[in-house]
Ligand binder design. Structure first.
Ligand SMILES: [Zn+2]
Length: 82
């Protein structure tokens, strides 16, 4: 696995989604999950953006896939905040 901000972020997003999912589990209806859209949607968006860049062999220093014209690390790379 590459030691790269993109890879790190991809894993961090996956972990965060698991956290939201666990927190959203409902005890009154086992197996039923109601995830708050405002929490899960930005994560799904970020995950797909990072996955896209990884498949293209991009690095954090390359332009962000969102089309902002900024490098990933100066754009969506700042969302997770480290
Ligand atoms: Zn971006």
């Amino acid at each position: 696995m590459r030691d790269d901000l993109l890879v790190h972020d991809f894993i961090a997003v996956a972990e965060e989604m698991v956290r939201v999912r666990i927190r959203s589990g409902r005890e009154d209806r086992p197996g039923y999950i109601s995830m708050p859209a405002h929490e899960i949607e930005p994560l799904m968006e970020l995950q797909s953006l990072i996955g896209h860049m990884l498949l293209q062999g991009k690095r954090a220093n390359d332009l962000c896939a969102c089309g902002s014209g900024n490098k990933y690390k100066r754009c969506h790379g700042k969302i997770l905040g480290k």
